[in-house]
Design a protein around this ligand. Structure first.
Ligand SMILES: [Zn+2]
Length: 247
């Protein structure tokens, strides 16, 4: 799960939050009368577009890339992403139009999560730092030191069972990404180890590896690996690229 830095609250939410929230409070706090509001202002482009941008078009829970905007003549991409309410509308109506409560999500995670609570929040850095990553399996786990902390085990268990965080397909995709990066880094390290003995014919191969590494880590993919490992790869990439260009 990648930590997501949130942008500032969109102006329209600052302006309308109070007005738009009131019918939800009236519905849930007054014996379900009046009727549940049918409006979904969170789907407006001036709310959804900055949200999608904050999440780099990836589902906040499982990391899969979800098509973002309606594309003309491409109905396939419509409606595969959802605006999820981290704290569900039915239980926390006061948060319905709270910017920090909105999470860009794939339909599968949003549906599975439904109105369950609690979950680890991808916008909470502490929550993300509590997770470890088993690169061989492409799986996330809750680090041992947090297992006894009140509520955290339940939160992680919900993410594990009620979102697609550790689903077979997503884990497989993560494994592929991690191993393709590893293979390329190992090749580059082997070339570098040869130093002056590196045959000239290998230089284009090494440059090709570097280019492929660069392309992989440039993807705004939340599937990749934990944020800190991703940052390490970026640092390592720069160091390796510099060495090569200085040769
Ligand atoms: Zn998802």
């Amino acid at each position: 799960m990648h930590h997501v830095e949130r942008s500032n609250t969109p102006g329209i939410l600052i302006e309308k939050q109070h007005i738009w929230t009131k019918p939800w409070l009236d519905h849930y706090y007054h014996g379900s009368r009046p009727k549940k509001p049918s409006s979904s202002h969170w789907l407006r482009d001036d709310i959804r577009i900055p949200l999608i941008s904050d999440f780099s078009q990836n589902c906040g829970y499982c990391g899969c890339s979800v098509p973002s905007l309606k594309e003309k003549n491409n109905n396939e991409s419509i409606g595969k992403g959802d605006v999820d309410h981290f704290l569900p509308k039915s239980k926390f109506p006061q948060k319905v139009y709270n910017w920090s409560n909105l999470i860009w999500s794939c339909k599968a995670c949003n549906t599975e999560k439904w109105n369950h609570v609690p979950f680890l929040n991808p916008c909470n850095k502490d929550h993300c730092d509590m997770l470890g990553f088993i690169s061989e399996k492409g799986e996330y786990y809750l680090k041992d030191e947090f297992k006894d902390e009140e509520g955290l085990a339940l939160r992680f268990s919900n993410n594990d069972k009620r979102t697609f965080l550790n689903s077979e397909e997503i884990c497989r995709q993560r494994q592929v990404l991690v191993s393709s990066l590893r293979n390329r880094f190992e090749s580059v390290h082997t070339f570098l180890y040869l130093g002056d003995d590196l045959p000239a014919v290998c230089i284009p191969l090494m440059e090709q590896c570097l280019l492929e590494i660069k392309e992989i880590i440039a993807q705004p993919s939340f599937k990749l690996i934990l944020q800190w490992q991703y940052q390490l790869l970026l640092i390592e990439f720069d160091a390796v690229a510099e060495k090569i260009h200085n040769q």
